[in-house]
Design a protein around this ligand. Structure first.
Ligand SMILES: N[C@@H](CCC(=O)N[C@@H](CS)C(=O)NCC(=O)O)C(=O)O
Length: 198
């Protein structure tokens, strides 16, 4: 399999962590994609030009990260990323994690991609409101950090992304989540192993 991503993509990290923890990483080669360049392999593979995309051994292309995790489950002895016995709960935590990363990406792009004079603070505040509400809800009820399913992996990647891009000072605002992430990191060294050098 070929995974097209970058070292820093939080959605790419989610897929890499899932692959390492569930024993699929030996079957995956990572190729660097670049969403900003015409003709890049990423755009040729995923018409939306978003990372990550996965090319299966049969030459079938899969995106987005959530569908890649669904595909991984088909390669395992049973569904481990979306376990049947708690599928709905896992899907909701997974959505929360995806939404956190998406809002974080919108804030990062507003700051980094838009010329400073056009940067629109009310839009950033609107996105940060999503982060605040979602993290507050997570601090009240987080998934088991010792189980690596689509929900916990994605939430851990969201917190790792905020540590890098600082869209929110989550460690100060939601200290209860520090212990949660530490427990996940300790249980799954794949989290630290996929941390990009910035
Ligand atoms: N829903 C997609 C989102 C992927 C995404 O937004 N990736 C970012 C990088 S982490 C990207 O490729 N951005 C470039 C762009 O939107 O053009 C997924 O889960 O894979």
């Amino acid at each position: 399999m070929i995974l097209i991503s970058t070292a820093t993509s939080p959605f790419g990290r989610k897929v890499k962590i899932a692959a390492i923890i569930h024993g699929l990483s030996d079957r995956i080669r990572v190729e660097k994609g670049d969403p900003w360049t015409e003709g890049d392999i990423l755009r040729r593979t995923n018409p939306l030009g978003k990372m990550p995309a996965l090319i299966t051994p049969e030459g079938f292309t899969i995106y987005d990260s959530s569908v890649i995790l669904e595909y991984f489950d088909t390669l395992l002895d049973c569904a481990r990323l979306f376990p049947a016995e708690r599928r709905l709960e896992t899907l909701v935590f997974h959505s929360l994690g995806n939404g956190l990363i998406e809002a974080g990406i919108l804030i990062a792009y507003e700051r980094l991609r838009r010329p400073a004079e056009f940067c629109y603070e009310p839009w950033i505040d609107h996105q940060r409101g999503k982060l605040q509400r979602a993290l507050a809800s997570l601090a009240g009820r987080a998934p088991d950090p010792h189980i690596a399913d689509a929900g916990s992996i994605t939430l851990a990647c969201a917190l790792g992304y905020f540590d890098w891009r600082k869209q929110i000072e989550w460690r100060e605002e939601f200290p209860a989540l520090i212990g949660w992430l530490d427990a996940f990191r300790e249980a799954f060294p794949a989290f630290d192993a996929t941390k990009a050098e910035h």
